[in-house]
Design a protein around this ligand. Structure first.
Ligand code: F6P
Length: 380
């Protein structure tokens, strides 16, 4: 058999661990050959690929990023091309299929997030055999208990929060740390809990600014004259909107979030008269070496993807269920986002520890349901 592998969407630590596992298992266990497309589906459309052998994946396990390159603009059905300084969009899926057939490929291992999986589900309908592998620091891919890349991002964000803690204490300030995560609060919740945040604000729970300030004031009354606020980039105030930092016209999801913490800092300073500082971690959490957990998860995912391909079980996404590696149909995942649920360990533990989630505790469940409903209507 001959496999093609590609990495799509935003990068994250652990992608190289998957590529390495795919190549090694394919060669060692099945005597398959493997090629790697550059920059996600773009490489398949442009026939831009490299041969992957044992040598090409040697020494990459601990490397961040992806040796294949990636793109979050390579939707084969809506592919951007610059013409006279403007982008036009073309359906180039047939070129992708032609290259797949011409190269004599039996299957594609597509490593990516929701955008890549949505595109993969459509590519599969054209007769391309696909097995998906879920990545993202956001941990928001539907159907898997965890994506690889998330653990590494949590470690980086937690380290940053630990460092912010000491300067917050020295200066008696309110320090706000904003983390990525898009429309889900997994990264903010996990790093906020692990880093000992006092207030954690996530997209799933619109926050009440008075509640946030009351928590800070209450801490000061108890002699705790500093506070750490961890906020997900997709968080928004009650009745307010997410802060969009950039529109990327030629990307499947054009919205880039970021900057809500600046708005929050201004309001906190006005309402509490305390000094506030903002740190936006941004892409820092996507960089660096993968944690041992992500190296292991990536390795297990990569091996399972090749096993599924060897059994011709195509159109599936490899997932983590509890401590087991399993798989589900790709079509079940397309267009869905996994959010932090109210009954999760994360939310329940935060509440038990007295961490403020930005609204009165008895309103959280109701607000989460309302937010979910409003978002469902907005996407219909
Ligand atoms: O999906 C991963 C992610 O890092 C999100 O957390 C963030 O909103 C987005 O990608 C940033 O995208 P870009 O790399 O295009 O700025």
């Amino acid at each position: 058999m001959k496999l093609g592998v590609l990495t799509g969407g935003g990068d994250c630590p652990g992608l190289n661990a998957v590529i390495r596992a795919v190549v090694k298992k394919a060669i060692n266990d099945y005597d398959m050959s493997v090629i790697g497309f550059r920059d996600g589906y773009e490489g398949m459309i442009l026939n831009n690929y490299i041969t992957l052998d044992r040598k090409s994946v040697s020494g990459i396990l601990s490397l961040g990023g992806t040796i294949l390159g990636t793109s979050n603009r390579a939707d084969p059905f809506n592919f951007p091309i610059m013409q006279k300084e403007e982008y036009i969009y073309l359906d180039r899926s047939s070129e992708l299929v032609t290259n797949y057939e011409r190269l004599g490929l039996d299957a594609i291992i597509a490593i990516g997030g929701d955008g890549t999986m949505a595109a993969s589900a459509r590519v599969a309908e054209l007769g391309v055999n696909i097995v998906g592998v879920p990545k993202t620091i956001d941990n928001d891919l539907f159907g898997t208990d965890q994506t690889f890349g998330f653990d590494s991002a949590v470690v980086t964000a937690t380290d940053a929060i630990d460092k912010i803690h000491t300067t917050a204490q020295s200066h008696h300030r309110v320090m706000i740390v904003e983390v990525m995560g898009r429309y889900a609060g997994w990264l903010a919740m996990a790093s906020g809990l692990a880093g000992g945040g006092d207030i954690i604000l996530i997209p799933e729970i619109p926050y009440d600014i008075d509640e946030v300030c009351n928590k800070i004031k209450e801490r000061n009354r108890r002699g705790k004259n500093f506070s750490i606020v961890v906020i997900g980039e997709g968080a928004k105030p009650l009745g307010g909107k997410m802060v969009v930092s950039k529109i990327v016209e030629n990307s499947p999801d054009v919205i880039r979030l970021g900057g809500i913490s600046n708005q929050l800092a201004q309001q906190i300073e006005v309402l509490t008269h305390l000094e506030c500082r903002v740190t936006i971690l941004g892409h820092l959490v996507r960089g660096g070496s993968p944690t041992p957990f992500d190296r292991l998860l990536g390795t297990y995912f990569g091996c399972e993807a090749v096993r599924l391909a060897s059994e011709k079980r195509y159109g599936r996404l490899v997932v983590l269920k509890g401590s087991d590696i399993d798989s589900i149909p790709l079509v079940d995942v397309a267009g869905k986002i996994r959010k932090v649920p109210f009954d999760s360990q994360m939310i329940q533990s935060a509440l038990s520890l007295g961490i403020s989630l930005g609204v009165a505790t008895d309103q959280i469940s109701m607000l989460m349901k309302e937010t979910e409903k409003a978002e469902a209507v907005a996407t219909e």
